[in-house]
Design a protein around this ligand. Structure first.
Ligand code: ADQ
Length: 456
């Protein structure tokens, strides 16, 4: 394979950002082949953006550009995060549609494509990431590039009926079909996309991922993203992890820990989860005083109104549950609105008796996989996983729940707490095998193999 050219909203230009899943995978791919990584610098400027910042680290060149205030607002805050994000997570009710914002979204895709096109050389492969750049392939084709372009969608692709709510659905779908390979997190997402093309544009699913549509053939497959599984298992027994576990252990005082770890986002189902916790203490009185639920949820996108509203809602719900059930020496539901270092999180996962991963919709959900890898093989905790997380397709040996059914979630938490060690071990071993086999390197190689097949 020749050079790899990656495009994502944020890059790992700052070495400390290379700890996250996506950043690690893209960085590994780029260093193994050499290449260029394009994206936003993270800066917002009041005038014109000026020349991009170009620098090299190892054999990777970074090309990052500032956004103007209008671009940051229309492209990032509005169209990406207040239109695509809610619609793709089935929350059409939260979308704020606006033609002007779509125009800015398209203009940013076009401007960044304009930085990429002149730097492309024969033999290169382009890999575009996520919902910020759905139109990138189209602009690169218009710029004259006819080599392979892959696209990976980190978030769900909604059912055709929901996708139709997007006023620009046809423009977006046609642009997506300019990619050579389209990657989705799950079979559900892939079949939603294909069904949309079949129902609207007489596409034909040719098998083995191939689809004929708009007079050409493209490839669409599910490539479930993984984590650095062995690295995470090591992190869970590091000194930092053990110290974090000991700190929370002092607070627990022998009680069982039920843990949640999420970015504070309405797709993660946090109010519904808190309601289920209330039902746990209500319907299963044996848990009162014996279980401590801790939810870690650092605020994200706090410039967006819906995210500020969520924060208020969670504060109220947690306050009410603690008011109703708490006692002088027991806080039933602790909610920490901050982030923790990866090793500290690993230590917390390891000490938890159960982990609540109950999003209403999620592309994959890496927390579920991290929790699995952090467990003590001799005494593992139980994963409670939403049927609406992409991870549920792979992790079917978790306790699978419908996050909207608060009573059932409460009952499942109780079941997890009562589960005999033998059953916990048997379930965990199956989960671990999948997370180890289908790790981050497996994901990257599987995608790049299909992308390079397009070169022949
Ligand atoms: P996210 O929506 O961010 O990712 P997720 O997959 O769970 O969701 O990844 C979150 C990451 O942030 C995990 O690595 C987790 O450890 C970390 N994290 C969460 N809370 C934290 C905290 N309090 N402190 C520190 N770290 C924290 C998007 C999609 C997902 C998809 C990923 C990758 O929405 O569906 O799985 O991209 O493709």
């Amino acid at each position: 394979m020749g050079r790899l050219i990656a495009i994502s909203n944020r890059t790992a230009a700052d070495a400390s950002a290379r700890a996250g899943g996506l950043a690690v995978a893209v960085w590994e791919s780029l260093t193994s082949t050499g290449g260029i990584w394009f994206g936003w610098s993270g800066n917002i400027v009041s005038g014109e953006p000026g020349e991009p910042d170009v620098f090299t680290d190892e054999n990777v060149e970074f090309v990052t550009t500032d956004f103007t205030e209008a671009e940051h607002d229309g492209f990032y805050l509005q169209y990406a995060n207040r239109v695509i994000w809610p619609v793709f997570h089935y929350r059409v009710d939260l979308a704020h549609f606006g033609h002007a914002d779509f125009a800015t979204y398209a203009a940013v895709n076009e401007r960044i494509a304009g930085l990429v096109s002149p730097r492309l050389e024969k033999g290169d492969s382009v890999w575009v990431h996520d919902y910020h750049f759905l139109l990138m392939g189209d602009y690169l084709r218009r710029g004259g590039w006819d080599g392979p372009i892959g696209f990976f969608l980190h978030i769900p692709f909604p059912s055709p009926e929901v996708f139709h709510a997007l006023p620009e659905h046809e423009t977006i779908a046609r642009a997506m079909c300019e990619y050579s390979v389209l990657g989705f997190q799950s079979q559900t997402d892939r079949s939603n996309f294909v069904r949309y093309l079949v129902e609207n544009y007489e596409a034909v699913d040719e098998g083995d991922g191939w689809i004929s549509v708009f007079g050409r053939k493209i490839r669409a497959n599910a490539y479930p993203i993984g984590i650095d599984a062995n690295g995470f298992a090591k992190a869970a027994v590091s000194e930092r992890a053990t110290t974090a576990a000991a700190r929370i252990g002092r607070f627990l005082g022998g009680r069982n820990l039920v843990l949640g770890v999420d970015r504070m986002d309405y797709s993660k189902g946090l109010p519904q989860r808190f309601e289920a916790v209330g039902k746990l203490f209500d319907h299963f009185p044996a848990t009162r005083g014996k279980v401590s639920v801790t939810q870690i949820a650092p605020p994200s996108r706090s410039k967006v109104e819906e995210y500020r509203d969520l924060r208020t809602q969670l504060d109220e719900l947690a306050g009410r549950i603690n008011g109703d059930y708490g006692d002088l020496d027991w806080i039933p539901l602790r909610y920490l609105a901050r982030s923790y270092d990866r090793k500290e999180l690993a230590g917390l996962y390891r000490i938890a008796r159960a982990c609540l991963v109950t999003p209403l919709r999620d592309g994959m959900n890496l927390v579920a996989k991290e929790f699995v890898m952090a467990q003590d093989p001799e005494d593992p905790g139980v994963l409670i996983l939403s049927e609406f997380a992409g991870a549920a397709e792979q992790l079917s040996d978790a306790l699978i729940v419908n996050p909207h059914d608060a009573y059932k979630v409460a009952q499942t938490i109780y079941r997890a707490l009562e589960m005999p060690r033998e059953e916990r071990k048997a379930r965990w071993e199956k989960l671990r095998d999948i997370v180890v086999d289908q790790d981050i390197s497996w994901w990257r190689l599987k995608f790049l193999e299909d992308l390079s097949a397009d070169l022949t």
